[in-house]
Design a protein. Structure first.
Length: 305
């Protein structure tokens, strides 16, 4: 019960809670006192009005969505965000790491002073002097930062679009598969009813076809989910595929180290070697499994004179 009460948010003016209103949004201004959206619209209809709690004059456009329970954290985050718009130098702008660390420490001092109301006027003068002396660098880094943000936003939109295309592709494939299953089942029933072949034989052939189609479907889904874009998958065709045949080349260079083992000398040993069919499909030969270790062993025998 204590945990539920701690999570409850209540507007101090109208006493509406998020228990009563599931979409309740509390807004906060510079004084730190909460108000719900309806109270802000009602009290600040003219643009400005005193805070109901502390009577500080506030502006309507100064309200923002409350993000943290502790207002001091909220205030520090806003101050840091405002300061970093001008204090936007990077490590590359400094001659040494020490200078960059001193710069970061200066930022922390400024944020601390504003957040805790310490030497406000001197800190403001300090910030204004920095902005005047580093105007060109500030503007340059702002442009670079805006370009970086635009690039990241475009990349995120592109990834979201690709994910949506992949999702639609998978959905369309599932619909197509269901339709094909219905057609195949109808075809099977017609064959059983009209064919002179035994029903068991027809059903067995049908099951083999279903197994093969399921394998192809699984392979297609795996290719899509492995990160390939839909455009890449659509553009791949067997006619455009290039066949590469692997050709073994002995790159060893052992001068005066004795004879090496040739492929012909180890044919009889290679017959007992077990190799996966997937490896053989890439051009790999059984002889290579025996040739490499025996070649290394022979070279070791003649390494010393």
């Amino acid at each position: 019960m204590t945990k539920l009460c701690a999570l409850e948010e209540v507007c101090p003016r109208c006493r509406t809670s998020n228990y009563q209103n599931k979409v309740l949004k509390l807004l906060v201004n510079e004084c730190g006192h909460d108000l719900c959206e309806k109270c802000v619209e009602h009290l600040f209809i003219r643009g400005s009005a005193p805070c109901p709690s502390c009577k500080l004059l506030l502006k309507k456009n100064g309200f923002k969505l409350k993000r943290f329970e502790d207002f001091s954290v909220e205030r520090e985050v806003d101050i840091r965000k405002r300061i970093l718009k001008d204090y936007n130098k990077k490590e590359d702008d400094f001659q040494s790491l020490r200078d960059y660390n001193d710069y970061l420490e200066e930022i922390e001092d400024i944020v601390f002073n504003f957040a805790n109301n310490i030497e406000i006027e001197d800190t403001k003068t300090r910030v204004e002097l920095y902005k005047k002396e580093n105007f060109k660098i500030i503007q340059k880094n702002r442009v670079a930062q805006s370009r970086q943000e635009a690039y990241l936003k475009e990349k995120m939109l592109s990834e979201e679009k690709e994910v949506e295309e992949r999702r639609n592709h998978e959905k369309n494939c599932e619909i197509q598969e269901e339709m094909e299953k219905v057609e195949r089942k109808k075809k099977l029933l017609d064959q059983i009813a009209n064919s002179e072949r035994p029903a068991d034989e027809i059903i067995l052939l049908h099951q083999e076809e279903e197994t093969e189609l399921n394998k192809r479907s699984l392979h297609s889904k795996t290719a899509v989910n492995s990160g390939f874009s839909i455009a890449m998958i659509k553009n791949v065709s067997a006619a455009n595929a290039k066949i590469f045949t692997y050709k073994y080349e002995d790159n060893y260079s052992r001068n005066n180290c004795g004879p090496t083992v040739s492929l012909e000398d180890i044919e009889r040993y290679a017959a007992d070697v077990t190799v996966k069919d997937t490896s053989l499909a890439c051009g790999f030969l059984r002889q290579y499994t025996v040739h490499r270790p025996m070649d290394d062993a022979y070279s070791g025998l003649f390494i010393f004179k």
